[in-house]
Design a protein around this ligand. Structure first.
Ligand code: NAD
Length: 239
């Protein structure tokens, strides 16, 4: 039987690139999106044809327990879980409503809890598995005007380390990929001038590409079993 992976938030950006990387490695895929079901279904078909893999699209909010249960109701086995779905929020903390705070925390953090609690029994049954959480450099150092986002990614890092300890005896490795600035729609809120200023701060002199993030994600999923509980940074030397 082929290897199976679930990638959340695969309709665009980093998740979309990770889906192609894993399809090229021979994984069958479960891909999720929040709204873009038509385009994700088309993409799943495209990957299926290109790499000969089974790819299934699913629409749902990964921060919602019922949606995650519905997703897992059709998954019988899973070798790799990539928790990529995420949103940012830019603004002063005092201007943020409790609803906006909850949405950031539920999408970025609770989603990891909800998918992990469904995936772990499948991985235990198979004798092992891999979990990769897509985090951010802001999870380690924090960013002004991104306090909720930073808090959510800091918690993702702690969850990664704690869960790695909990699951290492069961041969399930848990790691995180902490990205710097990657060129995706998530950063379209910045003006060209702001992007230019950002690039000048980054020693590599440019943004990372979704393909680079996906290539590293693929390598982490293939790392030796002894690597677990690690937060691996991809940021062009920035932080
Ligand atoms: P993006 O906005 O291009 O894509 C986000 C994806 O998540 C989309 O497919 C969207 O449908 C999905 N999504 C959003 N909310 C969801 C929900 N509630 N349930 C299910 N899916 C949902 O963003 P991206 O830049 O590709 O980001 C992917 C991940 O990488 C995120 O976790 C993000 O925090 C992280 N990251 C991105 C950057 C960056 O600079 N782009 C930097 C550090 C970390």
């Amino acid at each position: 039987m082929g290897k199976k992976a679930l990638v959340t938030g695969a309709s665009r950006g980093i998740g979309r690139a990770i889906a192609e990387e894993l399809a090229s490695q021979g994984y069958d895929l479960y891909l999720t999106c929040l709204h873009s079901m038509a385009s994700l279904t088309g993409y799943a078909e495209e990957l299926g044809k290109k790499y000969g893999s089974f790819c299934q699209a699913f629409q749902g909010d990964m921060g919602n327990p019922e949606d995650v249960e519905r997703l897992f109701s059709s998954i019988r086995s899973l070798d790799a879980l990539v928790n990529n779905a995420g949103i940012s929020y830019i603004g002063l903390l005092q201007d943020m409503t409790p609803e906006e705070w909850n949405r950031v925390l539920s999408t970025n953090l609770t989603s990891c809890f909800l998918t992990c609690r469904q995936a772990i029994p499948l991985m235990l049954h198979a004798g092992g598995g891999r979990i990769l959480n897509i985090s951010s450099v802001w999870g380690a150092v924090g960013a002004s005007t991104e306090a909720a986002y930073s808090a959510s990614k800091g918690a993702v890092n702690s969850l990664t380390k704690a869960l790695a300890k909990e699951l290492a005896p069961s041969n399930i490795q848990v790691n995180a990929l902490a990205c710097g600035v990657i060129d995706t729609d998530m950063n379209r809120c910045f003006t060209p001038e702001e992007m230019q200023a950002l690039m000048e701060e980054i020693p590599a002199g440019r943004l990372g590409t979704p393909k680079e993030a996906a290539a590293l994600a693929g390598q982490i999923l293939n790392a030796p079993d002894y690597m677990t509980g690690q937060i691996i940074t991809l940021d062009g030397g920035w932080i």
